[in-house]
Design a protein around this ligand. Sequence first.
Ligand SMILES: Cc1cc2nc3c(=O)[nH]c(=O)nc-3n(C[C@H](O)[C@H](O)[C@H](O)COP(=O)(O)OP(=O)(O)OC[C@H]3O[C@@H](n4cnc5c(N)ncnc54)[C@H](O)[C@@H]3O)c2cc1C
Length: 429
Amino acid sequence: MNPAADQPHPARPGNRAHQPRELRTVRQTTCCVVGAGPAGAMLALLLARQRIPVVLLEAHGDFDRDFRGDSLHPAIMQVLDELGLADRLLELPHRKLRQATLPASPPVTVDLSRLPGRFPYITLMPQAQFLDFLTTQAARYPSFELVMRANVRELVEQDSIVRGARYHAPDGWHEIRAALTVGADGRFSQTRRLSGLTPVITAATIDVLWLRLPRLPGDPEGATGGIGHGHMLLLVDRGETWQLGMVIPKGSWPQLRAAGLQALRDTIAELVPWLSGRVGQLADWSQVSLLSVTADRLPRWHRPGLLLLGDAAHVMSPVAGNGINYAIADAVAAANLLARPLAAGTLTERDLAAVQRRRQWPTRITQKVTGVLQDRLLARALRTATGPPKPVRWLLRIPLLRDLAPRLAAFGVRPEHVRPAADLGNLRP
Ligand SMILES: Cc1cc2nc3c(=O)[nH]c(=O)nc-3n(C[C@H](O)[C@H](O)[C@H](O)COP(=O)(O)OP(=O)(O)OC[C@H]3O[C@@H](n4cnc5c(N)ncnc54)[C@H](O)[C@@H]3O)c2cc1C
């Protein structure tokens, strides 16, 4: 029997912090994961693989969101390989990024082909497809359940201990009670807000505009871009389209909009002249999204019964494109450290603190390094259009240092490895 199976239950007002709810169901599981992004989907897969009952709640009806990162770094492929899933993932449509030319004058080329391991490239795959893959793999284990359109709006608390979450679904309110609730609900985490844990926010000096244009036969491959006039444009090859990320000085979006869509088209065409024939396809501001760049981190990732992971615990700067990498690494570390106490029913807050201790310093170091890159080098590049300063360019000529940056980006500061599952029996066919 699925331990999380529906058990319609009358409302119990004593467990409620807010207005009494008419609950359609109250169910019990071991781990309730809020948010089926990379962190939540991976954690749920890893726990289900250890036969731990897990319910994954996702607010949306599908995974299809455009405003997302699509890059799977070698560290993630390594994790999937340890799970025996890498080759299966690579059977799905994807692109391999083996080289990136950073817009600078002169351009800086980053060669990923010298990276160690089986996956010396960045796998580009729509995040929706990746999440669908992870949850499909998780669904092979009977102890996994995914609930879509489950918008978590309340935590269940008893004696200051988090005992689960309440979500709103199209048919009304539901409650999941759990030994552990994990908030993996992203940069605008509702779980974090409800928990009272408050992040330290670091101001950034840049914002990013996010848009797409068609990619045509004969275009370059991989990642490329252009710099000048106070802007930097990064292009990532998404097969039939280019994903454009236009770095702009923080707060300059209102002026840019006021200048009109034609001015944006002209800027794109100036930065990357071979796009000039297709900028006309940018017909409406709805095709352009603003990513307000911030970095934040929680000084404390846990409360009794609750753990926050991924962007909910630390939003990474988009500069190194490593948010997914760190979200997945958090999930792997959490599964490694928590599976045993969860299975034994002995979980305490000390176990949750151990996850934070393991993952906090790698994320903080990375946030610091990317913060310097973002605020010193990128902001300088926007002002002067010259790219990295001379000393940095000289350093990049030294082979060891030249290879260190892509290596750090590819594997993160502390790559995590999957511990073997105690027992992998009981797979659904
Ligand atoms: C424009 C943009 C470009 C990016 N590019 C890259 C890139 O190229 N490479 C990279 O590595 N990273 C990139 N990132 C960052 C990356 O997408 C995130 O770091 C990563 O997705 C974080 O994973 P997560 O699982 O912690 O959270 P998320 O991916 O944000 O997932 C959170 C999930 O929780 C769900 N949710 C939210 N609230 C609730 C609720 N109340 N109840 C239930 N479910 C809820 C959401 O619907 C979502 O599915 C980019 C981010 C943005 C915004």
